[in-house]
Design a protein around this ligand. Structure first.
Ligand SMILES: Nc1ncnc2c1ncn2[C@@H]1O[C@H](COP(=O)(O)OP(=O)(O)O)[C@@H](O)[C@H]1O
Ligand SMILES: [Mg+2]
Length: 393
């Protein structure tokens, strides 16, 4: 079974890319499900099929689709949990409606979408599940959570800890309502399910994250962050797609300028996403939607390749932390010991290397742990750059 997750900034083309991939997968003979948890009718819009509902539904041979509604999922599955959380707040004198509002923290709905994915993975009725992730990569954080829970014990506090800021509030309020047995059971089950999902997602034989960006600074930046976080969380990223590239143009200066700018961005992306392979998709001559266009786009993306293959396995970034230091290994797109130059600006590391073609600049986002540390040492080893950060020297 394969789980292919598309992520990237809003508007870059995650939904259409997910659909194109799924169509191609189905034609390859894989029993495929494409899932979107974006708000509203994203799959309906992309496929131009008005009737896509909140149940799994076959639209082509071997191709099923599902639009997840996080709120429905939450209501179906975890009403009790939510009420319990709300009761903690209302016991503290917070108005009940407001208490529900607080319990519904950001990221919470995504968590419930992920649990739906867990349910579908467990059913084992599909060869490949393609997930069109919502714009923020926040949801991935929740996949990392079981590791933390393991170390503090699978207790109530664990689940509530998951909801970020609530953890702190919860500590202060914990002398209030005592959780009922039923609630504790629900939460233990919930943790087991997240744990299971987390194992699947960290299994590089099963799960691949794919980055979607456009040839612009902002979306490439966003995808780089996603690559870094995925590496931190031990999730395999196997492919990057640069979508909406304008075709080369010579007759009109305005378009020629744009095309040239975008070519530069694609080159930059190639260096930044190294060693992932990069697929380039042009901006079609009209809005990409509908089965026909999506199928054609799938052809352009994958040609005669099976989209289920694992394009890359490995880590673009590797981190190891000791008490007062952080060692980071980054794959860089040059193999000779050329002159290189490192500059650190806050949470970014700029690697500048001279090679036969000129300077290649690779900007690497740094993990939060490095923020309070200084760059101590850097060494280039083949295509790996080793950087050591340490606390207060
Ligand atoms: N290569 C492309 N050529 C033309 N239009 C595109 C292309 N890729 C995406 N689009 C259009 O861009 C818009 C955003 O795409 P969508 O897949 O919804 O992005 P996301 O899911 O990342 O927010 C849609 O209108 C889509 O049809
Ligand atoms: Mg979308």
């Amino acid at each position: 079974m394969r789980l292919i997750i598309y992520t990237g900034k809003g508007g870059t083309g995650k939904t259409v890319t997910s659909c194109s991939t799924a169509i191609k997968l189905a034609e390859y003979g894989h029993k495929t499900l494409v899932i979107s948890s974006d708000p509203a009718h994203t799959l309906s819009d992309a496929l131009m099929m008005p009737n896509i509902g909140y149940q799994v539904q076959e639209i082509l041979p071997k191709l099923d689709v599902l639009q997840i509604d996080p709120v429905t999922e939450m209501r179906n599955q975890f009403d009790t949990t939510l009420s319990y959380m709300a009761s903690i707040f209302s016991a503290k004198g917070i108005d009940e409606t407001l208490a529900y509002e607080i319990a519904m923290l950001p990221g919470m709905t995504q968590l419930f979408s992920l649990l739906k994915v867990e349910e579908l993975v467990k059913q084992k009725s599909f060869d490949v599940i393609v997930i069109d992730m919502p714009a923020s990569g926040e949801a991935l954080r929740y996949l990392y959570f079981p590791k933390l829970v393991g170390s503090i014990g699978r207790k109530m506090a664990g689940l509530l800890g998951m909801f970020g800021g609530v953890a702190r509030m919860f500590q202060a309020l914990s002398k209030n309502p005592i959780p009922s047995k039923g609630n504790i059971q629900i939460e233990a089950d919930l943790l087991n399910r997240i744990q299971y999902l987390s194992e699947i997602i960290q299994n590089s034989n099963m799960t691949s994250i794919r980055l979607v960006a456009n040839p612009d600074t902002f979306s490439i930046e966003n995808a780089k962050r996603a690559l870094m976080s995925a590496s931190l969380f031990g999730i395999n990223v196997d492919l990057a797609i640069i979508n909406k590239i304008m075709p080369h143009q010579t007759t009109d200066q305005y378009y020629a300028n744009w095309a040239e700018f975008q070519e530069g961005k694609v080159e930059e992306a190639r260096a930044n996403f190294y060693p992932l392979s990069l697929k380039e998709i042009r901006l079609h001559d009209t809005e990409l939607r509908g089965l026909g266009m999506l199928r054609k786009n799938g052809e352009l993306l994958f040609g005669n390749e099976d989209p289920a293959r694992i394009y890359y396995r490995g880590k673009a970034f590797n981190f190891s932390t000791e008490e007062n230091s952080l060692r980071m290994t980054v794959k860089v797109p040059f193999t000779e010991k050329d002159d290189f130059d490192l500059e650190r600006h806050g949470d970014q590391l700029t690697i500048k290397v001279k090679n036969p073609v000129g300077y290649i600049v690779n900007i690497v986002p740094l993990p939060s742990a490095a923020l309070t540390m200084k760059l101590v040492k850097a060494k280039l080893n083949g295509d790996e750059l080793n950087v050591l950060f340490a606390k207060g020297i």
